[in-house]
Every structure is written in structure tokens, then in C-alpha cells.
Design a protein around this ligand. Structure first.
Ligand code: PAF
Length: 329
């Protein structure tokens, strides 16, 4: 009887530990980190975070638990960034465009048609320039863990195929909350309205805007063809850089051995995420076609590049911009 009772107590204790996230030895503090982003739970942003979660929880024996929140559940990108500076959000993956509102140096990455190709972008970001940008993030209380991406941004709209800049004349387009994006679409003759992604879908559905610009994977995962988006032009006008980030306050509250593991795992996932995007991008374009969207693939981007070139003068950190351009000569 006594043996049965002690087995029962042991079993209940094991269940309790499993419910607490498992692993952490009795009396050891368990740190629960909240990770947020704006995309669905089958987007590479999320899938890579799940990989980080699994590895961190395993390597820390359950002393660090990561809860991952997709769909802007704990805030849209701008709010999430602010949350990290205040220490109310622990981990975030976000495209860089809204982060520039807190870290102006990052705006250099918003210059349209900045990178020759993906490889050049990764080389710049994972080199000295990327390190300097991470140092600028650090000054605002955010630790840059690794560079990720959301793919190349393309224009979708409800009314007609866009083949040249003139086709954008008067088109009401939702842009990210970013001055350079806004100015670039003004130069193209469109009527841009910046708003968070959380508001964009309703705006498209209600015809408040006719158009938006995002990578194919976002158009696919958000079924934009059901939000009046009948055309997609593969302008690839911005290589949408994203970053896995951590609040410095979170870093500081973690004991040294645990913070090292979290940082190491965060550093790994950027490259993993980028590979997933490359793999999924073409499939998304095929899905959009199957769903009846007209994809305008063979366009001459030169007139688009010429039209937006003046916004390069708006970039505050000109020296940084020139170094990025020179690095790709
Ligand atoms: O357009 C945006 O706001 C961003 O590209 C999105 C969809 C939130 C992903 O980072």
C-alpha cells in the first residue's frame, strides 16, 4: 500500500512537471518567453521560431519555455518592436520596415531595388554592415539575433494588370508604415496609405484601398484573391528583410547559461527561415495562379527603378547606403 502511494505521488509529480513545461528540476526557476509575429502559423517566420522553441526547451531542460504567437495576436510589427524596447515582449520576428520607426539606420534597407539579388543581400547583412545595423538596434534596447526575410515584394491590385509605372497612376495602395515606401509609391504616381497589416485586409475587402504590396507567400497565405486582389505584378521592388530579435531586458533577466542558449538558437534560425522562403515562394505563385489571379511575370523593371530612384536621397544614412551599393559592384 505504502509502495503504491509513493508511486502515485511520484507519478503526480511527473505530471505536474510536464504540465509546467517539463524538465526543470525542482526549485529551479522556469522562464517563459513570449515570441510574436504578424504572419500565419505555416509561414517560415513561425516555423523557424518553433524550431528555436524546441531546441531551447530541450537544451535548457525546460528552464526556458517559448510561447509563439502568430497573426499579430500579441501586437502588429510596430507594437511588437515597441514592446521589445519596453521589455513587455521577449522575442519578435518582423520585417524591418516598421522597425525603422525605432531604429532609423535600418531605413537604408527600404531603398527600392537596393540589392542585386538575394545572395548579395545576405552577404551585406551577414557582414560588417549588418553588424553595424545590429549595433544600432542594440542602442534601442533590442538584440538582433539573425537576419531573415519575407521574400521579394510584389504589387497586387483589384482592377487591372500593372505593367509600367503609368499603370499605377491614382491607384490607392496600402504600404507599410515606412516613409521611404510611401515616397516610392508617390513617385510611381500611386496614392499610398500606410497602415499596419492588421488593418490592411479589411481595407482591401472594403475597397478603401485597391492594392497592396507583399511577397507571393503572404498573398497566398492570406488568400488575397478573396480580398479583391485579381492581379499580381512581379516587380520585386523590395527584398523584404526581416530580423529575429530579442528584448535586451529579457536577455538581462536570464541567467548567463540560459541566455547563451537562447541567443545561439536565435542566431541559427535566420538562415533556416530564408531557405524555407525560397523553397515555398514558387509554390505560392502557382497557388495564386490556380486561384485565378493573373500574374504579370515578364515586366521591364527599369522604368520602375528610374521612377523611384529619387527616394534614395531621402535615406538619412547616405554613407551606409553607398557602402551597400559599392559592396555589390
Ligand atoms: O506588409 C507587411 O506589413 C509585412 O510584409 C507583413 C505582412 C506584416 C510581414 O512582415
Amino acid at each position: 500500500m505504502k509502495k503504491k502511494l509513493s508511486m502515485l505521488i511520484m507519478f503526480s509529480a511527473m505530471l505536474f512537471l510536464a504540465a509546467c513545461g517539463g524538465g526543470a528540476a525542482d526549485g529551479e526557476e522556469v522562464y517563459t518567453l513570449q515570441a510574436g509575429h504578424s504572419l500565419p502559423d505555416d509561414h517560415p517566420y513561425h516555423l523557424a521560431l518553433l524550431e528555436m522553441k524546441e531546441n531551447v526547451e530541450e537544451r535548457t531542460d525546460g528552464r526556458v519555455i517559448i510561447e509563439v504567437f502568430p497573426f499579430s495576436e500579441i501586437g502588429a510589427e510596430r507594437e511588437l518592436t515597441e514592446g521589445m524596447t519596453l521589455g513587455t515582449v521577449d522575442l519578435v520576428v518582423s520585417s524591418t520596415a516598421p522597425v525603422t520607426n525605432f531604429v532609423p539606420e535600418l531605413a537604408v534597407l527600404d531603398a527600392p531595388f537596393l540589392f542585386n539579388d538575394r545572395e548579395s543581400a545576405v552577404e551585406v547583412l551577414e557582414g560588417e554592415i549588418g553588424d553595424e545595423l545590429f549595433a544600432a538596434l542594440d542602442e534601442q534596447g533590442i538584440i538582433g539575433l539573425s537576419w531573415a526575410e519575407n521574400g521579394y515584394r510584389h504589387i497586387t491590385n483589384s482592377t487591372h494588370p500593372i505593367e509600367k509605372p503609368e499603370d499605377l497612376k491614382g491607384v490607392k495602395i496600402r504600404t507599410q508604415e515606412n516613409e521611404i515606401h510611401l515616397a516610392a509609391f508617390e513617385k510611381l504616381g500611386a496614392q499610398p496609405t500606410p497602415m499596419a497589416w492588421t488593418e490592411a485586409l479589411t481595407a482591401l475587402q472594403q475597397g478603401v484601398v485597391d492594392a497592396q504590396e507583399n511577397p507571393a507567400i503572404v498573398a497566398d497565405q492570406y488568400s488575397l484573391f478573396e480580398s479583391n486582389q485579381n492581379y499580381m505584378t512581379l516587380t520585386g521592388h523590395v527584398y523584404s528583410v526581416a530580423i529575429y530579435m530579442m528584448s535586451k531586458q529579457t536577455y538581462e533577466k536570464l541567467p548567463e547559461d540560459l541566455r547563451e542558449i537562447v541567443v545561439e538558437e536565435g542566431e541559427r534560425i535566420g538562415a533556416i527561415e530564408r531557405d524555407m522562403i525560397v523553397e515555398m515562394e514558387q509554390d505560392s505563385i502557382e497557388i495564386l495562379k490556380e486561384q485565378g489571379m493573373e500574374i504579370i511575370e515578364d515586366i521591364d523593371v527599369a522604368p520602375f527603378q528610374d521612377a523611384v530612384r529619387p527616394v534614395y536621397d531621402m535615406v538619412e544614412h547616405q554613407e551606409l547606403l553607398n557602402r551597400i551599393l559599392d559592396a555589390q559592384q
